[in-house]
Design a protein. Sequence first.
Length: 277
Amino acid sequence: MYALTHRTFGIEIEAKGLSHTEVVNLLRNAGFNADRAYYSDHTTTAGKWKVKPDASVQNGFEVVSPILSGEQGIEDVRKVMNLLDTNGAIVDRECGLHVHWGVSDWDLKKFQSLYKWYAKFEQAIDSILAPSRRANASQWARGYSAGTINHASITDFFQRIKGARNLNQLRQIVGGGSYNRYTKLNMEAFWAHRTIEFRQHQGTLNADKCEHWIRLTGGMVAQADMGIRIQNWGNHDAADQKFKFDYMIERMVSKNHSIPTSTSRFLRKRYAAFHAA
C-alpha cells in the first residue's frame, strides 16, 4: 500500500469506561511506552502513547498514538484497540476516531487534489459510516454537502477548491470562511502538526474498522500524492451514492493499488450492511 510505505500516520481514539490511570497501566503492561498528558499537550514524543482528556467526550479519555508507519504501525493500533475493547472501554455517539497523515511536503496542488476527492466522494464515504457521522450530523466533523460550508452545492464547493490561489485561501474555503478544524477533513492540522486529519469516523474499538479506515484514508492521500485524476461526470451532485461508492473503491484498487483488496472487500461488506433492503 503506497501511503504506508511512503508516509507516517497517527491516530486519536476517543472512548469511555476506564480511568486515565487504568488505560496507561493497560498499555504499559502490554509493552507500550505510555503516560498521562494534559488536554493542552499537543507535543509528540517518539514512541510514546499519550492518554489525555478530550473536550468533546464527557468523563472519557483520548488515546493519542506516537508517529507510526508501515504495517508495524497498523499492528500496534490493532493491539491497542483490542486492549481497550477487552478491558472495559466503551464508545458512544460523543466519541470519534481521528487519523492523521504526515504531509509536511505538500503544496497547494496536493491539498486541492485531496479536497476535490473528498468533495466528489463525500456521499460514498458517508455511506460506510454511522448515520451520526454522515452529511452534517456531527458538530465535531462538519460536512461539505450543500449549505454546510458556505456553498450552494458540492459542484460549487469543488469549483471554489479549484480556484484557490494559495494555501491560506484554500484553508479558509474548506473551513467555511474561518480557520475551522471541526470538519471531516481538517486542514488546520497542517499548521499545527504538518498533517492532514480525517475526523469523520465514529468512535470504535473494533480493530478491523480502525485498520481499514486507516487504509482508506491512506488511499485518499495516495491518490493526491500521485495526482490521479477522477472522472468528470459533470454535475458533481448528480451521481447517485452507489455509483460514487463503486467508482471510488474501484479507482483506489486499480490505480497503483492505493488500497488493498482486503480493504475493498471489508468496505463493500460495510456498505451492504448499512444499505440492506
